[in-house]
Design a protein around this ligand. Structure first.
Ligand code: ZN
Length: 271
């Protein structure tokens, strides 16, 4: 695990003389203590390649994902905005870093640019007004979705259709909320082969991040390192005319203002 400073990366385990572990999930368990230590770290100069980056939270115990959480995406899907967050999971084995290639298991894979919340402090029965103190930070995510598995079998299978290997790339870094000028208003985009497919702002979320934490924590205890994929804006492939899905060679770039971008090149993964 590395801390990003103005001049490069600092390896957390060696810089802290072993006080903090190289496993990010153990660091999330002691997030407040880590923030305090990190504030005093001198800028480091260690450079890195994008390819070397892993997921900010590589082994979350729970991954929540929210469907239809932007009004324009609900409209293009032909359904009303839900009165409660439509919640499913991406199984944790689908989570990868920011720059891996994406193996396409079929010709029915779609894109969904999403703001991903990383939980810092455990949360149970948290009010929206208190929710920010439970957030470690944000990262960029893609909720890749195999639409036939998700929607066209004998029963909808949201969680399976969105959990093929590599379907949950995240990164390039975890950015703490205080580093963002307005965490409730960040530009979010998905660009494929240079063409803008999705362009919106997180200010258009139907259920805001604090509201999602409140609603989810009313049922589940949210644990350090858990992820919440907060939903995608309009512009997905299944709703386009003509419909469009990813093909080998497509390059998918997903970005969020103030956080950065992740990049997947699609390859044929059909067996
Ligand atoms: Zn999604």
């Amino acid at each position: 695990m590395a801390l990003v400073t103005l001049d490069g990366l600092v390896d957390v385990e060696s810089a802290s003389l072993g006080l903090f572990d190289s496993n990010p999930n153990r660091v999330f368990e002691r997030w407040d203590e880590f923030r305090e230590w990190a504030a005093g770290v001198a800028p480091g100069g260690q450079q890195f390649s994008d390819q070397s980056l892993g997921a900010p939270s590589p082994c979350p115990r729970q991954v929540f994902a929210i469907g239809l959480n932007y009004a324009d995406h609900a409209a293009e899907s032909g359904v009303a905005v839900p009165l409660d967050p439509l919640t499913f999971t991406k199984f944790p084995s689908s989570i990868t870093g920011p720059n891996q290639s994406l193996r396409l298991p079929s010709g029915n894979v779609d894109w969904e640019a999403e703001l991903v919340v990383v939980i810092g402090r455990s949360a149970k029965d948290v009010r929206a007004a208190d929710a920010w103190s439970h957030v470690a930070g944000f990262t960029v995510g893609q909720d890749f979705s195999e639409r036939v598995v998700q929607m066209q079998g004998s029963a909808p299978q949201f969680s399976l259709g969105k959990s093929f290997p590599g379907f949950g790339p995240t990164g390039p870094a975890l950015v703490t909320v205080d580093e963002l000028p307005d965490p409730g208003n960040l530009k979010i985009e998905c660009v494929i082969n240079g063409e803008i497919m999705q362009s919106s702002s997180t200010s258009n979320l139907v259920f805001s991040v604090p509201e999602l934490i409140s609603r989810l924590s009313a049922v589940c205890e949210l644990l350090p390192g858990d992820l919440i994929f907060s939903g995608t804006p309009g512009g997905v492939g299944v709703s386009r005319k003509p419909m469009r899905y990813l093909i080998p060679g497509d390059q998918v770039v997903t970005s969020i203002e103030g956080i950065g971008e992740i990049r997947q090149v699609c390859v044929d993964g059909q067996r």
